[in-house]
Design a binder for this molecule. Structure first.
Ligand code: GAR
Length: 200
């Protein structure tokens, strides 16, 4: 049997995306989530990984930049792709070089708007609401050595009602992430067409 492409997920927080990706590939069998790596000890993603029966490993942010132990681990496990799912550290150059065009990120806004350092999670939604935007969305992209840059693979949109709060927007974004992040990862790995955005 052919070996399935192996994915390592990097996360920093709650881990809803990590869970959705793991569940998707448990069902679809086109790729496999090999390991979940996280850099905040208290991150709930660790509990999710345990519940999913996926190995999870904590690493210290400082050591991530000081040595390439994580790269050696990924290599020893045969990891082919890195998927960032709410991962808030900048990816070091040694990983970018080892995984050229093979590291994917999701950003909870329509890049290039509302990206860059400090723009993550609720900060993004609060800024979008404060600017009275009429729409937002998600961007799934290949990463390079800048924050929230690199080739865009896919975007999906949602409308913002005048009365929507940042929490309301976060809920809409999470629905888009759930619907699209796993199949976009799959299409990217398999080289098949990206999913079509459904009207909402
Ligand atoms: C997600 O909304 C993801 O798009 C965002 O963090 C959240 C993580 O949620 N990522 C960024 O802001 C990256 N700049 P999760 O931990 O429940 O998947």
């Amino acid at each position: 049997m052919n070996r399935k492409p192996q994915i390592a997920i990097f996360a920093s927080g709650n881990g809803t995306n990590a869970q959705q990706i793991a569940e998707y590939f448990a069902e679809h069998q086109t790729a496999e989530v090999n390991i979940i790596l996280y850099n905040r000890k208290e991150a709930y993603v660790a509990t999710r990984a345990k519940n999913l029966g996926i190995e999870a490993l904590y690493f210290k942010s400082k050591e991530f930049y000081e040595n390439d132990a994580i790269l050696q681990l990924l290599k020893s496990r045969g990891v082919d792709y890195i998927v960032l799912a709410g991962f808030l550290l900048k990816v070091p150059d040694y990983l970018l070089e080892a995984y050229p065009e093979r590291i994917i990120n999701i950003h909870p806004a329509l890049l290039p708007n509302y990206g860059g350092k400090g723009m993550f999670g609720m900060h993004v939604h609060e800024a979008v609401i404060a600017n009275h935007e009429k729409q937002s969305g998600i961007t799934i992209h290949i990463i390079d050595n800048r924050y929230d840059c690199g080739t865009t693979l896919f975007q999906a949109h949602c409308t913002i009602a005048p009365e929507d709060s940042a929490d309301d927007l976060a809920a809409k974004i999470h629905l888009l992430e759930k619907a699209y992040y796993p199949p976009v990862i799959e299409a990217f790995i398999l080289g098949t067409p990206m999913p079509k955005e459904q009207n909402n």
